[in-house]
Design a protein around this ligand. Structure first.
Ligand SMILES: Cc1cc2nc3c(=O)[nH]c(=O)nc-3n(C[C@H](O)[C@H](O)[C@H](O)COP(=O)(O)OP(=O)(O)OC[C@H]3O[C@@H](n4cnc5c(N)ncnc54)[C@H](O)[C@@H]3O)c2cc1C
Length: 469
């Protein structure tokens, strides 16, 4: 306990307090508004902010601080930061590993929902939680001693896809003693982390470290094995698997939906572009590059184009800087590297000169309250057309899952071309013993959300296999 003493007069043991404000959430003095005005106290500083009360009480129902409540994995942030502060790095690593199967990766590219909810941010700046995790994972090699019995359960689970969802599901099931094999179509395991997220943002040794730990747990990863091309679900079942998890992500790029999109050969989707960048860093994409989109994939593409030597890289985003979904730190880095950002801009049509790309006609937008979704939506301003020249357009406007392969394996009578009903709650598919997880199930999210989904599906599968569900 960091706090003891009589109501209204708490005695704080400062060596143990890390200002998470959980004590405020449970303190009886919270009902006395005058207690919130003490400028010198943590309570006073927190309540001097308009959103202070809300933030303090966010995780209260579970008695957890807001940082932990905000983390999809429920990481005990307070706990491991305290251990790091005490120099107990191995203990910190062990605590992180209790809930996080990919700590090195998260230390680099987690979108940090914990930091956005850090109470310290109400006082001055949020604690640099991600950097601390990265520090301890690098220092401890991301590992702790393995202390579980491998293959304690006589059941086998096949996971299709080795992204964070598939890897996390495999980790959880292996830790429970199941035999687990992963089938991955790409030559390297890791999903988007292996090739789409560039190595200037996620060092490959961090990824390799986390994956080799999971392999050491007994998980077999078979790369170059594509579901639908090299095997079917029936093949896996015939081979003796007891349950299957589909975690194949969202690999199908969305279209821009504008004139000349089909005809233009100098238009590439961001996944193809980033895959090429991962494999060959020498080929110049074109002197002037236009990137359409506002997420991490758009920023990564723009920064990769700069590294390939493009003379001008311009990113077009239809909303404003505050609405941009990309990590603000990455946006800042892109700007510093010379990427120009045209906010409130939507593409209208691709303009060709003969067979070659000339550029893109764009429209300015303005944001209006969306009555239905409550979110501000971009609306094009008629007559605001302007032209941008370019030699290459990279489209980064989102991806979707391909349900076609799973749909093909539905029982007769339930088949419908390209459609497969999935239940996000139970994580089940209409096929007996087949489950779904990660972006494939929920649509594009983030690494930490895909991991949480992988952990959840492992629980569902274990329940199914032990006859509980
Ligand atoms: C460019 C880019 C940058 C991003 N940056 C961030 C970031 O900074 N932070 C963050 O949190 N999130 C980021 N994301 C999102 C994050 O990468 C995804 O949310 C996450 O990887 C989804 O995990 P997943 O396991 O569900 O799927 P994926 O990571 O997509 O993995 C799916 C795997 O399935 C395999 N597969 C597909 N089809 C088959 C098949 N038929 N047979 C066998 N295997 C198959 C694929 O090869 C892939 O390895 C980014 C995404 C992109 C594209």
């Amino acid at each position: 306990m960091a706090v003891k003493g009589r109501t209204h007069r708490p005695v704080i043991r400062h060596e143990r307090c890390n200002q998470c404000a959980v004590c405020l959430g449970g303190c009886p003095a919270e009902i006395l508004p005058e207690m919130r005005g003490e400028e010198e106290s943590l309570r006073g500083r927190v309540y001097s902010r308009r959103d202070g009360a809300l933030r303090v009480h966010e995780g209260k129902d579970l008695g957890r601080p807001p940082c932990q409540a905000a983390c999809p994995l429920g990481q005990d942030v307070r706990g491991y930061i305290k251990l790091i502060a005490e120099g107990r790095h191995a203990d910190a690593m062990a605590l992180i590993r209790e809930t996080n199967p990919l700590p090195s990766i998260c230390g680099h590219i987690c979108p940090r929902p914990c930091e956005a909810h850090c109470i310290r941010g109400l006082v001055d700046d949020a604690v640099s939680i991600r950097s601390l995790k990265s520090f301890v994972a690098d220092r401890e090699g991301g590992r702790i001693e393995l202390h579980f019995k491998s293959r304690a359960v006589d059941k086998r689970v096949s996971v299709v896809g080795s992204g964070p969802a598939g890897l996390s599901a495999a980790h959880e099931l292996a830790a429970k003693g199941y035999g687990v094999e992963i089938f991955e179509s790409h030559s390297r395991p890791g999903g988007m982390l292996a090739w789409a997220i560039p190595d200037f943002r996620l060092p490959r040794d961090a990824l390799d470290r986390d994956i080799s730990y999971i392999e050491e747990m007994g998980v077999m990863i078979k790369t170059g094995r594509c579901f639908g091309r090299d095997f079917t679900l029936s093949d896996l079942k015939r081979g003796g698997t007891d349950a299957i998890i589909i975690a194949t992500g969202t690999m199908r790029p969305l279209k821009l939906g504008i004139e000349n999109e089909k005809e233009c050969e100098d238009l590439v989707d961001c996944l193809s572009f980033l895959r090429r960048y991962a494999e060959d860093k020498r080929s110049l994409p074109g002197e002037r590059v236009l990137v359409v989109g506002g997420g991490n994939a758009a920023i990564d593409s723009a920064r990769a184009a700069v590294r390939l030597g493009a003379g001008m890289v311009k990113l077009l985003y239809r909303r404003g800087p505050d609405e941009m979904p990309a990590d603000p730190g990455e946006v800042q880095a892109a700007i510093l590297e010379g990427v120009g950002i045209e906010y409130l801009t939507a593409p209208k049509r691709i303009v060709m000169k003969g067979e070659a790309l000339w550029g893109m006609e764009c429209l300015k937008t303005e944001l209006r309250e969306d009555i239905q979704g409550g979110r501000r939506s971009p609306v094009v301003i008629p007559g605001s057309e302007f032209f941008l020249e370019g030699d290459l357009i990279i489209s980064a406007v989102g991806q979707e899952a391909d349900y076609g392969l799973l749909a093909k394996e539905l029982p007769e009578g339930k088949k419908k071309e390209g459609v497969c009903p999935l239940d996000p709650e139970t994580m089940s598919t209409p096929i007996e013993g087949v489950f779904a997880a990660g972006d494939f199930l929920h649509g594009p999210t983030s690494v930490v959300e895909a991991m949480a989904s992988g952990k959840r599906v492992a629980g569902r599968v274990a329940g199914y296999l032990s006859g509980k569900e």
